[in-house]
Design a protein around this ligand. Sequence first.
Ligand code: VG1
Ligand code: CO
Length: 555
Amino acid sequence: MYYSKPIKVQPVKTQPFTDQKPGTSGLRKTVNHFKQSDYLQNFVQSIFNCLKPQLLGSTLVLGGDGRYYNRESIQVILRMASANGVAKVILGQGGILSTPAASHLIRKNQALGGIILSASHNPGGMNGDFGIKYNISNGGPAPEDFTDAVFEESKNISEYHIASIKGIPLDILGEYTLDKMKIEIIDAVDDYAELMISLFDFPKIRELINHHSFSLCFDAMYAVTGPYAKKILEQMLGAEEGSVIRGENLPNFGGFHPDPNLVHAKQLVEKMYDSEETGSAPNFGAASDGDGDRNMIMGDYFFVTPSDSLAIIAANAHLIPAYKKGLKGIGRSMPTSQAADRVAKKLGIPSYETPTGWKFFGNLLDDNRITLCGEESFGTGSDHVREKDGLWAVLCWLNILAERGQSVEDIVRQHWAEYGRNYYSRHDYENIPSKSANDLFTVLQRNLSTLKGRMFNNRTITTADNFSYTDPVDQSVSHNQGVRILFDDGARIIFRLSGTGTEGATLRLYFERYIRNVEQHDLETQEALYDLIETAELLANVIGYTGMHEPTVIT
Ligand code: VG1
Ligand code: CO
C-alpha cells in the first residue's frame, strides 16, 4: 500500500546538545529531557551520520518497550529514516519490540542494525525515563568506538533530515511505503516465539506445566514481556490463564519501577512466599524488566541470585536441545560472582570476565568463544541473540526443571553442594550528588596502591586496582570499569558508578564470598557478607560521602 507521494525534504537547522553521551546501554534521560525541541532528532541524525555510507538503501529494525513517548519517537525516527535514504524499516506492531526480539530480527533479516527505544529497568511514564540505543548488524549493542563517534557527532551537529509527513499508521500489520522507504509492520512476538521453539524442548516443558502439581507465575511488570509471555507461556505451553501477572504493556508500567528484583517485583515475591505452611506458592516464579532482557528466577519460598542462575544454566545446559552438544565458553561481567567460572573449569571450557554492559559480550559471541553469558544485574543470555534475554532464561529454567524433575531449591542446593556457594549481594546508593560520588572514587583510587598486603577481618588484600579490559578479539581497551578489591580467600569487593541512571550518581557496591563447606550454605546472605560490608566502609567511607547509612536497594 502506498502511504504517501514523494516528499520533498529540506534539512532542518539545529543546535548541538553537549550531553548526548551514551552510557552502559544507550542514551537515557528523563522524558522531559528528551522532549526538548530537536533533542531526539539530533541524536538520531548523529547515529545516521555515523552509519553513512551503508545507511543508504539499508534495512533497519525499529521498536521499543512501549513506554511513554515511544509512539511519538517512532514517528520521528520513521520520518528521519526515510529522509536519510533508508530503504526499509521493519517495525514491531504498535512500535513495540522487546530488546531480545529486536536483536533477533536484526540477525534474521540481515539488517544493517536497529534502533531500540527503551530505558529498560528505569521507571516510565510522563515523569519517568526514556532511552534510545543503536544495535549493529550482529544484533548486539553498538560497541564503544561507535557510541563514542555518535557522541562526537552530536556535539557538532548542525542539521538533520526529516520527511514532512505526520501520523504514519503503526498498528496494522502489512507493508507500507513512505516516500521511497518501505515500512514492514510485523507481529512483535511471532519471530521471537519461533526462535524459542527452535531452542527448547517445548513438548517436555508443556508436560511439566500441565502436570497437576505444577504451577508458575510470570510477572511482566506491565512492561514489554506481557504479550510475549502470554503467547509463549500461556498459549503455547499451556500455563493456566492468569499465570502471567501484570501482563498488559502500559506506557507508565502501572506507575511501578519495572526492575525485576526482590524489591520492585513485589507482587511476584509475595506470591512466591505466600503461606509457607500450606505450601500454596507456585513452584516457579519469574519476572522481566521494561524491555524484556532481564530475568529474576524464583522457586517456591526461594530466590535464585542471577549469578547462581548463570552458573546453574551453564551446568545443566546439556539438558536443553540447543546446547546439548556443549558450551564453547562462558562470559560474565566483572562484578558478577565467580560461580560460573567454577562450572567452566569443571567443563574444561574457557571463562571470560568483561566490563559491565552487554556490548562487551558481542565479540566473544561472534568469535565463537562463548555460548552463554550473564551479569549479576539479572541478565542472562546466549549466542541465540546478542542481547540478554529474559524469557529465554525462564525457558532455560523450565526446560531444566522438566528434565530434572526437582524443585528450583533442590537444584540450587545440589549445585552449591557440588561447587560450593558464592554468597553474593549488591548494594546501590541511588541518586547521590555526582560530586560526592566522584570525591569518593578519587580518594579510593588514590589509596589503591597502598592496599595490597593489608589485612581486614582476617583477609589479606591480594589485588586492588581499577579494572581495565582488553577485548581478546579486536584488542580494544576499556579503562576505568570499576575498582576491585580482591582478597586471598577469593572474596571480592567491587565499587562502580552506574552508567544508566538519569539523576545524580548511583554508587554500586558488590560483595562476594565463597564457602565450600555445605554445612554453611544456609547463612543469611547479608550476615555472611557482613565483614566485607564493614571493610568496604573502612576503605571508602561510603556513609561519609553519601550521607546515607543504608543503601537504597539491596539485591
Ligand atoms: C546496569 C547493570 C548492567 C546492565 C545495564 C543495562 O548498568 O548494572 O549490568 O548491563 O544496567 O541493563 P549500570 O551501569 O547502571 O550498572 V538494562 O536491562 O537497564 O538495558
Ligand atoms: Co533491560
